[in-house]
Unconditional design. Structure first.
Ligand code: KG4
Ligand code: ZN
Length: 374
């Protein structure tokens, strides 16, 4: 039976509304009728990170506008929605509430049930939005999933489609957060991930031996704060230091808001473009290798048949191709969503809601859960 899901996503700095048709149980199939995303990057970029109060204001403005756009193009499908799904967490609390209140009103107006969804399950299952996933689905499990976003870095084992066990997570900064912070050290704008990827393309990934944090550790946890500090020290100690003035840097991410002191030294001149590109490429290499080592170890320990890669950081082409190659060499299947579904969107929230319904493992309470986990 086909289920038409109207999904709302307002976790962080992207407002998303999607209308997705879902069907099938052993092989779930998703057809996207609409997937609208209003990005707030320009609003937050001057602050170097997401400002929750501004984000909420933008969500309040964007939600009715996106819904009107959807109604204008697909009014019939909208009226025929079977349920409204909304992200309840994890994320920035004021942003989550904005989406939830909007979804509640909408569900009431349509006279349809409201379903809570987990943002991390959205990332986790986003690979199902790739049409090629369908054919591989039966041979995927057990699978190891790596979610790498601005707020999270987590490894999970999926023995089958309905069950899951968390294997590890970051003990401090998330991978995307680290990309964003290192980008700031290099004077690159927010969000830093795509900027670092661009700069890294001109650099030597083996130029600077940045640490691969915790790879010798027995757990499957990660830690990226030390790597960021290594980049800071490298820049500070380089003959042409790029680091300027001591300042407080307000840092926000999908899961937390906090203030950190990053010591910035007086400039000793601008680093050359080659030096900056080498730092970007070597940093990116350190992150990729660290993520890859632990993911492969998890896959080996679990006897996994596949690796599922998702989240904003997985939009990184170098990261993705390294994972694909490593999986192929080990005879593992590799699945990742189409690039547009790596960063936050509502289509993946519709998928998460459907998979939760299929699993039959209870419902999420429809109230903001900023620290909800996998
Ligand atoms: O999944 P996402 O949109 O939001 C969260 O749930 O956090 O991820 C956003 C994060 C940001 O930190 C951004 O810098 C990072 O994903 N990102 C990338 C790339 N594109 C986005 N990191 C590395 N390389 C990229 N190409
Ligand atoms: Zn996300």
């Amino acid at each position: 039976m086909m289920m038409r899901i109207l999904a709302i996503e307002t976790t962080c700095d992207e407002t998303g509304i999607a209308l997705v048709e879902a069907s099938g149980s052993e092989t779930p199939v998703f057809r996207i009728r609409a997937n609208l995303v209003a990005s707030q990057i320009n609003i937050h970029a001057p602050y170097g990170g997401v400002v929750p109060a501004l984000a909420r204001r933008e969500h309040e403005k964007n939600l009715p506008a996106l819904l009107a756009r959807l109604a204008a193009t697909d009014a019939r499908a909208l009226a025929a929605a079977d349920c409204v799904a909304v992200t309840v967490g994890p994320g920035l609390e004021p942003c989550l509430w904005t989406g939830i209140e909007f979804a509640k009103t909408l569900a009431k107006k349509l006279g349809k049930p409201l379903v809570g969804a987990n943002h991390l399950e959205g990332h986790l299952w986003s690979f199902l939005l790739a049409p090629s996933a369908r054919a591989k689905l039966r041979a995927l499990f057990p699978a190891v999933a790596l979610i790498v976003s601005g707020g999270h870095t987590a490894l999970a084992l999926l023995p089958d489609m309905a069950h899951r066990k968390k294997l590890g997570e970051t003990r401090d900064d998330a991978a995307g957060e680290t990309f964003d912070k290192v980008a700031r050290l290099l004077d690159l704008p927010y969000p830093g991930g795509p900027e670092i990827e661009r700069l890294a393309a001109h650099g030597n990934p083996n130029a600077i031996p940045f640490p691969r944090p915790m790879i010798g550790d027995k757990t499957l946890d990660f830690s990226f704060a030390g790597l960021k500090t290594s980049v800071l020290y490298h820049l500070r100690n380089s003959p042409q230091s790029a680091i300027r003035g001591a300042q407080n840097v307000a840092e926000t991410s999908a899961s937390k808001t906090r203030k950190t002191n990053i010591w910035r030294e007086e400039p000793r001149g601008k680093p050359s473009e080659t030096e900056r590109a080498d730092v970007a490429a070597s940093f990116q290499e350190a992150v990729i290798e660290t993520l890859l080592i632990k993911t492969l170890r998890a896959a080996e320990q679990a006897g996994a048949k596949s690796i599922l890669l998702s989240g904003g950081v997985a939009a990184n082409e170098t990261l993705k191709s390294r994972f694909r190659k490593a999986a192929r060499e080990r005879g593992l299947a590799f699945l990742a969503p189409p690039k547009a579904f790596n960063t936050d969107n509502a289509a993946m929230i519709a998928v998460a809601a459907y998979m939760k319904i299929l699993a039959g493992t209870g419902r999420y309470r429809v109230a903001a859960a900023p620290n909800l986990n996998l």
